[in-house]
Design a protein around this ligand. Structure first.
Ligand code: ATP
Ligand code: MG
Length: 362
């Protein structure tokens, strides 16, 4: 069976380092591994509109921001198909049929949807489109017969829901769709990177982000203001790693070679953590180290972005071409789905012949 990737992001803002460690960095590695037959990367504008219906301009403006972030991180349009969700009408069509296979109570149990409804104060007035976005996400994944979906941990319930839809579809209509696997990051820190406030997941909606496009100064200011251990008042006090955002970020970004370059008195992160816990290591020193580590990773991305910002019309062209390729692929699945569901009347010569015969006998 072919190995196919589908994943994407909502164009509700620029991408942040949570997206980077949660999914984007991995996508680029997978793309360059050469192990995948096809890679589809989607800018999920239709999904973003489910909770931004009254703000279409925001979505429209952010399409190019997400595309710039993609390309500056190393997604390569020669290896991956970059496309815009709303341009693929088959995705809406598939969603409509999948809706028959999911119950309202099953959607209500989806923990990610539950949390997001609460976060958006939607409890009393949830747009139907938002409530059903897990179904639309299943359409996105299955339209490309994706086997692998690299995502952050918050997306696991979505992939589970998608797998259920696939099993249900295949059992009712015959083997047609492919059950995908989620690919989540190997380290806990990357699965759900907290915001710089340390309170919740870094998220565009919460305004606690370090953006991939932030300047070196902005990154430094944000790192230096990061939440640490509130009880670690004096350098000599023992410090705690629990909920300590600076160390969570080090778990996500730091490699052993960074110590040689920026903090040679420690061999690795374990030694640094042990010293912090013993006492005698100040927050500022750890933050300066984290700043160096993050700048090293973000600088090439930022520089590539500066170059790409000079080629905006070309980037729209990449998205247009990608959307055409994606559309062809989705149309093939749509044809399979229609045949399986027996709604391909005009292609079905046997149906027409048998109906003709029935009436010929009357
Ligand atoms: P929004 O607030 O509009 O939902 P978001 O910041 O949650 O935006 P999405 O576009 O919903 O971003 O998520 C895109 C991808 O990035 C998903 O795979 C998601 O799991 C991953 N992701 C988002 N935030 C984080 C995070 N803080 N840590 C790890 N992965 C993340
Ligand atoms: Mg989200």
């Amino acid at each position: 069976m072919s190995k196919i990737i589908l994943t994407g992001d909502r164009p509700t803002g620029k991408l942040h380092v949570g997206h980077y460690v949660g999914s984007l960095r991995r996508r680029v590695e997978l793309q360059n591994s050469g192990e995948y037959d096809k890679i589809f990367i989607m800018i999920a504008d239709a999904q973003a509109l489910t909770d931004n219906a009254d703000n279409p301009e925001k979505i429209r403006q952010n399409i190019i921001e997400v595309a710039l972030d993609y390309l500056s991180c190393g997604l390569d349009p020669n290896k991956s198909t970059l496309f815009i969700q709303s341009q693929i009408q088959e995705l809406t069509e598939l969603s409509f049929y999948y809706m028959n296979l999911v119950t309202v109570s099953r959607l209500q149990r989806n923990p990610t949807v539950k949390a997001e409804i609460q976060m958006r104060n939607f409890e009393t007035s949830i747009p139907v489109g938002f409530f059903t976005y897990p179904i639309s996400q299943a359409a996105d994944i299955t339209a490309f017969k994706a086997t692998t979906v690299p995502v952050g941990e918050d997306q696991l319930p979505m992939i589970e829901q998608c797998r259920e839809i696939v099993r249900k579809f295949n059992s009712v209509y015959g083997d047609t769709l492919v059950e995908p696997e989620a690919l989540i990051p190997q380290t806990q820190a990357c699965c759900r990177l907290p915001g710089i406030d340390g309170k919740a997941k870094m998220s565009k909606s919460l305004g606690n982000c370090i953006y991939l496009s932030d300047s070196a100064d902005e990154v430094r200011t944000k790192v230096m203001s990061m939440f640490t251990d509130p009880n670690h008042l004096k350098i000599t006090d023992p410090g705690s790693l629990e909920g300590n955002t600076v160390f969570t970020y080090l778990d996500a970004f730091c490699k052993e070679e960074h110590f040689g370059r920026y903090l040679p008195e420690y061999a690795n992160l374990d030694e640094l953590k042990a010293h912090y816990q013993r006492g005698g290591l100040g927050d500022v020193k750890v933050k300066k180290f984290l700043n160096n580590v993050m700048q090293e990773e973000l600088e090439p991305i930022r520089n590539r972005r500066k170059e790409l910002e000079k080629q905006i019309p070309d980037i729209y062209e990449i998205l247009k071409k990608g959307s055409e390729v994606a559309r062809q692929e989705a149309a093939k699945t749509m044809a399979d789905v229609k045949a399986a569901m027996k709604i391909n009347y005009f292609d079905d010569a046997a149906l027409i012949a048998s109906q003709a015969e029935k009436y010929a006998q009357d």
